[in-house]
Every structure is written in structure tokens, then in C-alpha cells.
Design a protein. Structure first.
Ligand SMILES: [Zn+2]
Length: 319
């Protein structure tokens, strides 16, 4: 009788241990999903479309502590995941170029980045935690009415855009003035996309957008108009199109990855909290890097989720 009890106890212990091992955070799973976070205003007060600088700072701390590291949107689209082993890539996006995203202030006669603007908060956090990485995409509006025209402060626009690009941040197309692309014919749609690039190139010569975030999440009648083309002598090419919502994005190595329909998560308290809890609980759904950008590490049970057309020379490693 006692022997049976001991055996039962041992079996239970083994089962608990086994479940812990398979769900252990840090086990590489490069077909798990990735959060592309979508911020709008960084300002006061906290609102549906506004995150305060303090709450934004708290988001970064939470992400860092829970093992997330910044990855650029381009790297995600290319399937070039470079975050360290055991960590999860996360992509930051900022829509609508509102003033609180990037503001200069004058202090003691010197121009400096407002520490309460999104860029200021992010840069300060990166200084404290350099291993968090540095990446974000700003979906800007070059011809919107103020205050959404390229972060407001017209006298500093060139300086801001160049600074962002020099630091490795990305600029993305969000049309010229937030046009609802579902409402217009082909000529207007293409004009909006090409002109947005031309207007940004006045500040950063030759800069080419690689990604497009749809205003209001609305696709044009024909998706090909948004992907590539030429209008008024300017050619544009978007490798990815981002939506307004939809949850975490499939891994770029997953058969479900669709760069033309990339979902995002609105970075508000409820959504962020929901998905952070979800990924803490469901390790199989969470992308965890193996630290090697040339391999795709997958648990054996998830092997069939890998896409058949992996970019060369990527190779699959079963874990
Ligand atoms: Zn927008």
C-alpha cells in the first residue's frame, strides 16, 4: 500500500515537472506570435487614444521585465529576428505624428528632446536598459492639419525626421493626410501614397517607406494599389500593410504570416494587459527567440506550422 502511494507521488511529481519543462519560459519557439503595439497620442490625460508619458514608461518596464525586446518592423517583415535567446520580439508603432510623440524643448538655450514625449521616454529607457534594443516605426502624416503634421513644430521637422532615421527608427506611410483609402478611386489612392513619400523626402532625401499603416484600418478597393506603383513620377513599394487591430501577428516563419494583413494591438491598458497575461500563460503561442537569426527553432509538436517557403539560407531546428 505504502509502495503504491510512493509510486503515485513520484508519478505526480514527474507529470508536474514534465508540464513545467514543456511550458518553461525561455524554450525557443519561433513560430509563436508577436505583438505589434500601436500607440497614438502620448499626452495627458489618459484616454482611448492617449497614453500618458508615465504609463508609456510603465509599458516599457513591463515589457522589459517580462522578457520582451525591441525588434524593428522591417526586421520582422524580413524574418530577420535578432533579439537574444530566450526573449520575445515586440514591435512599437506610433500613428498620426502627434506632438507628444516627438517634441523639442529649449532648456538653458539648448534644444533637447522633451523627456515627456514618446521619443524622450523611450530614449531614456534605452539608456538605462541598453539590452532592450532600439526600434520603433512612426507612421507620419506629412500634410495633415496641425497639430498632426509631422509632430507639429514646423521649424524642427527636418531635424526630427533625420534624427529618427539616423538613430535607426523607421518612418512609415500613413497617407498624406489620413485619407480613408476605401473612399477614393485609384488615382487618388496612388497619389496619397506617392505624395506622402515625396513630402518626407523633402526632409530626408531619398527616404523610401517600406511599410504602410492604413488610416482607420480601411483597405482600398483594390489592394494592389496600396502595394506598389507610380504616381506623378514617384514610385512606391510597401512590403507590409498594417491594420488597426486584430491581436498579435503570426511569426514571419509561420505559414499564417501575411505581410499584407499585419494585425496590431492597441497599446491601451486593457488590451496590453490582456495579451501580456495570455503570453505568460500560453508559452506555445508566444514567439521565443533562439538567439540565432539564421535558424528557425521550433518545438517538434509545432513543426507543421512552419511555412514551406522560408527565405534562404534559414533552416529549421527542432527542439
Ligand atoms: Zn491614424
Amino acid at each position: 500500500m505504502r509502495l503504491v502511494l510512493v509510486l503515485l507521488l513520484l508519478l505526480t511529481a514527474a507529470l508536474i515537472l514534465a508540464s513545467f519543462v514543456t511550458a518553461a519560459p525561455g524554450t525557443p519557439n519561433e513560430v509563436g506570435r508577436i505583438m505589434i503595439l500601436e500607440y497614438h497620442k502620448i499626452d495627458y490625460p489618459e484616454d482611448r487614444w492617449t497614453r500618458t508619458p508615465e504609463n508609456f514608461r510603465r509599458d516599457l518596464e513591463t515589457l522589459y521585465v517580462r522578457g520582451y525586446r525591441l525588434q524593428s518592423l522591417s526586421a520582422l517583415v524580413e524574418g530577420r529576428i535578432t533579439v537574444p535567446a530566450g526573449t520575445t520580439p515586440v514591435v512599437l508603432t506610433f500613428d498620426d505624428s502627434s506632438p507628444g510623440q516627438f517634441r523639442y524643448v529649449e532648456r538653458y538655450g539648448k534644444l533637447e528632446i522633451d523627456p515627456k514625449s514618446a521619443v524622450g521616454v523611450l530614449e531614456e529607457f534605452i539608456r538605462e536598459k541598453p539590452d532592450f534594443g532600439r526600434a520603433a516605426t512612426f507612421f507620419v502624416l506629412p500634410a495633415a492639419n496641425p497639430p498632426n503634421r509631422l509632430f507639429n513644430q514646423p521649424e524642427h521637422v527636418t531635424r526630427k525626421l533625420r534624427w529618427l532615421v539616423e538613430q535607426g527608427y523607421e518612418l512609415g506611410n500613413h497617407t498624406l493626410w489620413h485619407a480613408n483609402l476605401g473612399r477614393y478611386d485609384e488615382t487618388v489612392v496612388r497619389g496619397q501614397l506617392a505624395d506622402a513619400q515625396v513630402w518626407v523626402q523633402r526632409h530626408v532625401p531619398d527616404y523610401k517607406f517600406r511599410t504602410l499603416a492604413l488610416p482607420h484600418g480601411v483597405y482600398p478597393r483594390d489592394i494592389s494599389w496600396a502595394l506598389r506603383g507610380t504616381a506623378r513620377g514617384t514610385s512606391y513599394h510597401h512590403e507590409a500593410i498594417l491594420m488597426v487591430g486584430g491581436g498579435p501577428a503570426p511569426s514571419p516563419f509561420s505559414a499564417r504570416f501575411d505581410p499584407v494583413h499585419l494585425p496590431r494591438i492597441q497599446a491601451i491598458e486593457s488590451q496590453l494587459g490582456h495579451w501580456l497575461t495570455h503570453f505568460d500563460k500560453d508559452a506555445a503561442d508566444r514567439f521565443i527567440s533562439d538567439g540565432d537569426p539564421t535558424t528557425v527553432a521550433v518545438p517538434r509538436t509545432l513543426r507543421d506550422r512552419v511555412r514551406g517557403d522560408l527565405r534562404q539560407p534559414l533552416r529549421v531546428v527542432e527542439r
